[in-house]
Write a protein that binds this ligand. Structure first.
Ligand code: L3W
Ligand code: SF4
Length: 445
């Protein structure tokens, strides 16, 4: 049984509301934190080993300690709730069912960072959640945990909710800041990092929803105790949104010591694959990480079991960092067509590219077109090499990680499933029969 820190009270009726949340010990961590110094809170978060839960896994305490503190300039905390990564829906769950956990984490984090204004930038498609968050903010304010002179400690904080308008790129932290400033969400060149020059050119910490929520248990149980949960540099618990060909899709809290096999097949989590089908592959951390075939997913190249954590999901000869990504775990059974899935993802990235850099702007639709040709039986063998060449030229040559995120799924699909691409090219007629392409609707309008 995995230890639960974030979802432990999620099943309690009415936990969305202040009174019930408070009865479960909610806001105790704020009382504790406001009796500490801001630096002591930052140290506690450093000790916990907490890493960013949005995708990059960057150490949170380190990010906080990078925050510039020029005299007379305001600092901001911005919560990235623009959860748009295909397969990822864990932050939605947290905000929808336990909104006060996020608000409590924001109060502690803002106090630690010396911010008097904090924002939640939420994806526009989560249309019903801002109201839930705003109600939680109002309740916390009425109880004296927000506004002026919180708990009589002389600390002021206001939290605002800002809705996005449906662009995936606004989840990239600098595009998010541009959007929050009322501009088109184009990513900025880094450095300077937001910690030095962020919102309205002021020092800003941008953290994922789950990252900020995790600050609450860290203060409650101490950073040292939090660091004992998990393994190595994968400390604490992690929310995983599981979907695809599994019996029990949903949001699970894991302690990062379980194996991938346990996660997919045990009744506590995904409950196995329907209809006795075999596992073909998995995209373990949202669509921006490479697809991993079953043989590499259940065991590493050294034959060790693969664990659901940052380190174990990072090796295996891939060009990327961790494949834990945003925690969006997509399972594909033996009937799934890798070419079709890769085409669908390529369409997504082509559609979401902001167009600032040539390799991404031109390369993403080009990859989609080639994949569509292969998928619809019009590809040639030379197309596979061309695809490989295009993705190589995108990776590492763009302003923001969307370019890499578009390149990696294509690279991994060719690396691990080249025979499937070749089969499509060799068997166009069988392809039409198998996939019913007569009625196939082009996802590009
Ligand atoms: C100050 C330095 N700050 C790094 C900060 C930086 C950022 C964080 C991580 O992309 C990934 C992306 C997606 N001084 C610093 C510094 N920082 N050096 O640390 O930075 P970085 O550049 O490694 O990552 P990123 O730009 O934040 C995030 C991937 O996540 N992803 C999923 C994204 C989608 C969601 C979602 O829907 N919720 O998260 C999946 O893999 O591709 O590679 O804050 O400022 N010297
Ligand atoms: Fe825009 Fe793509 Fe360049 Fe990112 S990589 S800045 S999304 S064009």
């Amino acid at each position: 049984m995995s230890k639960k820190l974030l979802l432990k009270d999620a099943h309690i009726e009415g936990i969305r509301h202040y009174d019930v949340y408070r009865k479960q010990g909610g806001y105790d961590a704020v009382e504790k934190a406001l009796a500490m110094t801001p630096d002591a809170i930052v140290e506690e978060v450093k000790t916990s080993g907490l890493r960013g839960r949005g995708g990059a896994g960057f150490p949170t305490g380190m990010k906080w300690s990078f925050l510039a503190k020029p005299e007379g300039i305001p600092r901001y905390l911005v919560v990235n709730a623009d959860e748009s990564e295909p397969g990822t829906f864990k932050d939605r769950y947290l905000m929808e069912f336990i909104p006060h956990l996020l608000i409590e984490g924001m109060i502690i984090s803002s106090f630690a960072l010396g911010a008097n204004t904090a924002y939640i930038y939420i994806r526009g498609e989560y249309a019903w959640i801002p109201e839930i968050l705003e109600q939680a903010i109002d309740e916390a304010k009425a109880a004296g945990f927000l506004g002026k002179n919180i708990l009589g400690k002389g600390y002021d904080l206001e939290i605002y909710v800002q809705r996005g308008a449906g662009a995936y790129i606004c989840g990239e932290e600098t595009a998010l800041l541009e959007s929050l400033e009322g501009k088109r969400g184009n990513p900025r060149l880094k450095p300077p990092f937001p910690a030095v020059k962020g919102l309205w050119e002021s020092p800003t910490v941008v953290n994922n929803v789950e990252t900020i929520a995790a600050v609450v248990p860290i203060i409650n149980i101490t950073g040292a105790e939090y660091a004992k949960i998990g393994v190595g540099r994968s400390t604490g618990t992690k929310l995983i949104s599981a979907c695809g060909n599994i019996n029990k899709p949903g949001v699970y809290e894991i302690d990062m010591t379980i194996t991938v096999e346990e996660f997919i097949y045990s009744e506590e989590y995904c409950g196995g694959i329907p209809n006795g089908k075999k596992l073909k592959a998995c995209i373990p951390g949202g669509s921006s990480v490479p697809i991993v075939p079953a043989n590499l997913l259940l065991k590493t190249i050294n034959g060790e079991p693969r664990y659901m954590n940052y380190e174990s999901l990072a090796d295996g000869g891939f060009a990327t960092g961790t494949m834990m990504g945003s925690g969006g775990f997509i399972v594909l059974d033996e009937d799934q067509c890798i070419v079709k899935h890769t085409m669908s993802l390529a369409h997504f990235y082509a559609h979401e590219s902001c167009g600032q850099c040539t390799p991404c702007r031109e390369g993403t639709p080009w990859m989609y077109k080639i994949l569509k040709n292969i998928e619809t039986g019009k590809g040639t063998m030379a197309d596979i090499d061309l695809l490989w060449d295009i993705q190589r030229k995108i990776e590492g040559n763009t302003i923001c990680p969307l370019g890499d995120a578009a390149a990696w799924p294509v690279a991994a699909a060719i690396r691990h499933f080249r025979d499937e691409f070749e089969w499509h090219i060799d068997n166009p007629e069988a392809l039409t029969r198998n996939y019913g392409l007569a009625g196939y609707a082009d996802p590009i309008p």
